[in-house]
Design a protein around this ligand. Sequence first.
Ligand code: UDP
Length: 451
Amino acid sequence: MMRNHGRLVLVPCPYQGHISPMLQLGTCLQSLGFSVTVVQTNYNSPKHLNHPNLTFLSIPDGLSDDEISSGYHTSLVLAINVNCLAPLEECLVRMMKNQQPHEELVGVIYDELMYFAEVVANRLELPSIIFRTNNAATFRSRDFLLQLMIGGHLPFSDSASQELVPGHYPLKFKDLPISNFGISENILQALTNMRNIRTSSAVIWNTTDSLEESPLAQIKQECPVPIFSVGPIHKFDTAASSSSLLEEDTSCITWLDKQARKSVIYISLGSLASMNVSDFSEMAWGLANSRQLFLWVVRPGSVIGSEWVESLTNDYKEAVQSRGCIVQWAPQKQVLRHEAVGLFWTHCGWNSTLESICEGVPMICSPFFGDQKVTARYVSEVWRVGTHMENKWERGEIEKIIRMLMADDEGEETRQRAIDLKNKVEACAREGGSSYNSVKKLVDFIMSLKL
Ligand code: UDP
């Protein structure tokens, strides 16, 4: 029986793209000998039953229904950082009072956006570690953005938007993660707090040297504490349980089982992005006219002004017939792993991108906001495993890109590079690989923090 290294408290940020990697990290550390407690907000709390090896505790987040429905995510995150400080402290004090000698609290790992957890850890004299769920290139580009903001150089002109960002090749100014969430003072505050190491002892990063050698090396040079790049963290999640906040429709796997190898394009734009009806219609007709099979996730509410897919006409349904399967939410990792899937049309959220890379599936990149634009540029121009759809969505162009990546000789090099990249990233998660070694070093490091 493995010795218990003590208990870790994990504080995820309550959004899908942050919860999943944090729970994957938790499961990984649990399998390596730690007890793990996840302290979550009431807002967007994950389903406990899927994670029997983790303990979950809820703290009140004080968010009103109006705040939640406002769509100002930066403001929500800032409010959580204020409202949850005292409840987290009370929660940890209670835990420490009742802890068993072999399950002593050894540290707090918090999402970079949940920096109130560091204040609490510090007050209770517990070590804390930051978990960054995004890529290193985004972190560096946020730094650049911060300099522009502080220097009063925002917004930049239309002509500048096409220019390369100095020192950040191949990013262009238009790729910088200027979020449309909330107002700019809020963004400035969130960005500043997110990058500050404070008294934390280390940074865990869901990325890998094999994808981001150069941005990681630059960050490591400047960072005063050790960095553990353990990505793709889902590769170390031995339980591989779902962390979906929405119900996964598994009927799409049965549908995929009936399709030929690499014959299906999978489309999903993640948990937050939304589009107007006109783009939705171009997307629908582009898919139909490509004459390829498709599995399409349309999240309820993601088409502005519609509940779901009611804007699709009978003509459309007749045109696609059984060539398409539309669901509200899919078991995405399982879908990407399925041999019938040959292409992923994605918004380039970092988790989706890593999941696609790990399965060797080439991508069409349609970033919406924030980090997605940085990642899309890396997918298309650094790793070259996808095509960036930069123009306004138009059915003719969509049809052409799908055919090129799915069927034409022109797409063969991209398809091959996607397989090569998968092999490279898989190697870092295998015994002796850089992320594998990083996970082992992280465990030793946490043990060394014990007083
Ligand atoms: N996801 C899923 N089913 C879907 C769509 C997305 O399970 O139908 C998961 C996906 O596997 C990924 C996460 O939701 O792990 C989305 O995170 P990402 O960082 O890609 O984008 P975000 O939602 O943060 O924009």
